[in-house]
Design a protein around this ligand. Structure first.
Ligand SMILES: CC(C)(COP(=O)(O)OP(=O)(O)OC[C@H]1O[C@@H](n2cnc3c(N)ncnc32)[C@H](O)[C@@H]1OP(=O)(O)O)[C@@H](O)C(=O)NCCC(=O)NCCS
Length: 173
């Protein structure tokens, strides 16, 4: 599929395991890097995504043989206030040189399609910013936690995923 300037395909991480370290590094440097941590804090749970058949799942946006971004489908994203919500879209990341070309949108839509295919009717995510990016993709605000400086929990009703975006996603995954 041609989006913006970039031809992107979306793959399961288990089908492109040679990019495991790149995905782990992205997630580590974006969210987990701090004194006392190493990239192993990400690699350990991410390995589960290499072996699981459908869930949890990790997707990689590929520009030919070059990884451009990734996203995870998880049972739990660590929101202890809302223990009953599942599953979660997490760790959406697009490499800086691929941003603003629709790669993030394709990753979100491919993950939505996968979640729907394996039987989920709702999907959740934690947004610390970028709320409007997800609103534009049909997500809605579920609740806010932690006051004005807090986080926004967003929800996607997967029955609202259109036939058009489903067929686009199924071409990719
Ligand atoms: C957030 C993130 C994943 C977005 O990835 P992306 O590939 O740039 O996303 P898209 O290109 O699909 O959309 C980004 C914007 O570009 C716009 N866009 C998409 N294709 C475009 C194109 N061809 N021309 C111009 N603009 C375009 C979209 O409308 C969107 O606009 P918005 O910022 O007003 O919402 C990326 O910026 C990132 O990895 N950030 C760091 C990690 C992060 O913050 N993750 C999200 C955690 S909640």
């Amino acid at each position: 599929m041609q989006v913006g300037l970039t031809m992107i395909s979306i793959k399961h991480l288990r089908d492109v395991p040679q990019h495991f370290d790149t995905v782990a590094d992205w997630i580590y440097h974006q969210w987990w890097e701090k004194p006392g941590n190493t990239v192993d804090v990400v690699k350990q749970p991410l390995r589960e995504h290499l072996h699981a058949k459908d869930f949890p799942a990790a997707f990689v946006a590929m520009d030919g043989n070059t990884p451009a971004g990734s996203v995870l489908l998880l049972a739990d994203d660590g929101i202890t206030e809302l223990p009953d919500l599942t599953p979660w879209l997490a760790a959406l990341y697009v490499a800086p040189q691929y941003r603003m070309q629709g790669v993030g949108k394709q990753l979100v839509q491919a993950l939505e399609h996968h979640a729907q295919c394996i039987g989920y009717t709702q999907l959740y995510l934690v947004a610390t910013d970028r709320v409007s990016f997800y609103l534009d993709l049909g997500w809605r605000i579920h609740t806010k936690l932690g006051g004005n400086m807090g986080i926004t929990i967003m929800r996607k009703n997967l029955s609202a995923v259109s036939a058009k975006s489903q067929s686009a996603a199924s071409e990719q995954v």
